[in-house]
Design a binder for this molecule. Structure first.
Ligand SMILES: Cc1cc2nc3c(=O)[nH]c(=O)nc-3n(C[C@H](O)[C@H](O)[C@H](O)COP(=O)(O)OP(=O)(O)OC[C@H]3O[C@@H](n4cnc5c(N)ncnc54)[C@H](O)[C@@H]3O)c2cc1C
Length: 376
């Protein structure tokens, strides 16, 4: 695509910020429109594999990215009651070389800060909540809640699971409540009173699970995320708070290595876990979707954010490789849809890494090795 094309990205989440960084490095004019007035420090972590380190490297921020998080020494799966180790995937210099980068666990706010540091001031326009789109010749006019309008030659919907751009252009897609709620707690490791903890452990119960990990290399901040069944919620239920006792009750029958950590939790956020049925229509004319806007998965493989970031990598390559948006979007979809479809399937199954698993295809994936011309 012509470097003069005006590219508008709606949503300054993980996918939108990565795409902006990648495109700017290729000389494109990019503006990101974000509904929030500023970034808030949401209490949550994120687990990201080696394919994401490759994207950070390409943007030029791999060093601060790794320094802001932790390279865990392993991902461990344990049985909920006995604590038996069901699987242990070690991460060391050898796996880093094999996968092409490190596995990183990081606080979401720290990841946002690093992504934002790669963008020149003025790239992100806060307080721009998209409300609609209109045709404007071959371009698209974006309409925002604050009364502003903006024309762009290419519009990327990176506005998450409740994407307004998607619903406006492709028709409403229903969110599915999965019947489970998530609990999220972040707290200083000093509150855990020396509890035994590996760098990253998933606890597998009969109808619920929990994931606990450090988010810094100093091992001074812990994140515990739980997922439990709850028939009383819907996709539209508002996130809320639990007390520490409610969190503890939900996992009372689990091993003391987990309940001891939950004892240390202070504020516990709860939210409904939702996804969207697979739909392979990701683009139309000059509009294309990425990340949760087109393929929100349930977080049981910890892969939704990785998929948004990999989408950004492939879309940036496709836009550089083709002279029309339609040809670029076709190549992007042909590369991304099969991989994302497999991630959706495994995420629904909730089986990833429970037992020894072939992980190379996921963690070792190199988006920049894709042959864009062949994909078309
Ligand atoms: C409990 C839980 C745990 C998870 N753990 C992991 C994990 O460990 N690893 C992993 O890879 N993934 C994980 N995920 C999934 C991951 O969080 C998402 O897949 C990822 O954030 C999607 O990125 P995105 O860029 O598509 O959208 P988002 O990160 O949701 O960003 C969307 C952005 O668009 C903005 N926006 C929305 N509407 C508008 C509008 N109308 N106008 C302008 N801006 C708008 C929003 O404010 C937001 O900034 C988890 C999800 C959950 C719920």
């Amino acid at each position: 695509m012509d470097r003069e094309a005006r590219i508008a990205i709606v949503g300054a989440g993980l996918g939108g910020l990565c795409l902006a960084g990648l495109l700017q490095r290729q000389g494109y004019r990019v503006t990101v429109f974000e509904q929030a007035s500023q970034f808030h420090r949401i209490g949550a972590g994120i687990v990201l594999g080696a394919s994401i380190a490759r994207v950070m490297r390409r943007i030029g921020i791999e060093a601060p990215y790794v320094a802001s998080g932790i390279k865990p020494d392993a991902f461990v799966s344990r049985k909920w009651d006995t604590g038996e180790v069901l699987n242990e995937l070690r991460f060391d210099a050898e796996t880093e070389a094999e996968f092409g980068g490190p596995f990183v666990n990081i606080h979401r706010a720290d990841l946002h800060d690093v992504l934002r540091s790669a963008l020149p001031d003025g790239t992100i326009r806060f307080e721009h909540a998209l409300t609609g789109v209109e045709p404007a010749g071959t371009a698209v006019r974006l309409v925002f809640a604050n009364g502003h309008t903006e024309e762009a030659d290419i519009v990327v919907g990176a506005d998450g699971i409740r994407s307004s751009l998607r619903d406006a252009v492709f028709g409403r897609r229903e969110l599915r409540y999965t019947g489970r709620i998530a609990q999220r707690a972040v707290f200083p490791a000093s509150r855990a009173n020396g509890m035994f903890m590996r760098d990253c452990t998933k606890w597998w119960g009969p109808d619920r699970h929990a994931l606990a990990y450090y988010m810094t290399s100093r091992r001074d901040e812990i994140y515990v995320m739980g997922a439990t069944p709850d028939p009383n919620w819907t996709a539209d239920s508002e996130p809320s708070l639990w007390t520490h006792d409610q969190f503890l009750d939900a996992f009372a029958s689990f091993h003391p290595d987990l309940t001891g950590l939950i004892e240390a939790a202070e504020e516990v956020q709860i939210l409904p876990i939702c996804d969207i049925a697979r739909n392979d229509t990701w683009s139309q004319d000059a509009v294309v979707l990425l990340g949760d806007a087109c393929h929100a998965v349930r977080p049981f493989m910890a892969a939704g954010g990785s998929m948004a970031i990999e989408d950004a990598a492939i879309l940036s390559l496709a836009l550089a490789a083709y002279d029309t948006p339609q040809r670029a979007f076709a190549a992007y979809e042909r590369i991304r849809i099969p991989r994302v479809g497999e991630i959706q399937r495994i995420s629904e199954e909730n089986s990833w890494l429970k037992h020894p698993t072939d992980t190379g295809w996921f963690f070792g994936y190199d988006p920049f090795a894709e042959d864009l011309k062949r994909a078309a």
